[in-house]
Design a protein around this ligand. Sequence first.
Ligand SMILES: Cc1ncc(COP(=O)(O)O)c(C=O)c1O
Length: 298
Amino acid sequence: MGQEPLIYINGEFYPKSEAKIPVYDHGFLYGDGVFEGIRAYDGVVFKLREHIDRLYASAKAIILEIPMSKEEMIDAVLKTLRKNGLKDAYIRLVVTRGVGDLGLDPRKCGKPNVIIIAEPILALYKKEAKLKGLSLIISSVRRDRVDATTHQIKSLNYLNSILAKIEAIAAGADDAIMLDDRGFVAETSSTNIFLVKDGKVITPPSSTGALPGVTRNFVMELAKKLGYPVEERDVTPFELLTADEVFMTGTGAGIVPVTRIAGRTIGDGKAGRTTLRLMEEFEKECRKPENGIKIYPE
Ligand SMILES: Cc1ncc(COP(=O)(O)O)c(C=O)c1O
């Protein structure tokens, strides 16, 4: 077989075809668990510590005790990347509640299962497509309330997002913007959202139910460093439709321009100047060792 990826499960490595979790695991039965999507760029795992902090915060919110320390988890991620000989990768880190019975009670579950998958990412991929910008709808599915299954917890339950994604697919759009229960903009199905208006860079707060994205936080800091005023505040759908520029941020995609929303052209229909500047700087920054952890220390 040769090149089958090796998957980390509870400290052991298994070829992809043999990497299995029991069907009684509550991660499978109920979406009871937490996860992270992480990227490595050119041998540096971008903001790994921040991802691990968020994973443990999500776990704390659902009273799931991860059976290893944060340092051990960081080592396990790096070991998985080395084991697979990767420098540019997408990493999926999953912690499930573990095997229980058919009832909901998490106390019936044994030890949580820790799974780390790392796949190669080809550099330069989709650059042209990215610049064209995406077309979004505004979904009729509202983001779950912050006092319900809030997306501030990065849990294995993504049905709220999937329902919005289904709507986007049915409408022939690339993705969907999700509003909170008041009608303010929260985020898209799987990324955070920003608008640029009169030179200001604006993004909704996580009180809308938006995930406090690692990329979002970094882009806010980056924008400030480049001299743009940055605002974190409630955004109405009207503001988004009439913005000069709109872009999305996320670990998988980085920064992606949005050029159409619900049939309206955003700005002049192309990736805007501020968006392009941030994309360019982000591409440089995410490779810097000070913005992450090196996989192969010299
Ligand atoms: C619902 C949701 N919002 C936003 C994001 C972006 O967050 P990050 O930049 O940490 O990947 C993600 C991606 O994980 C997500 O699933």
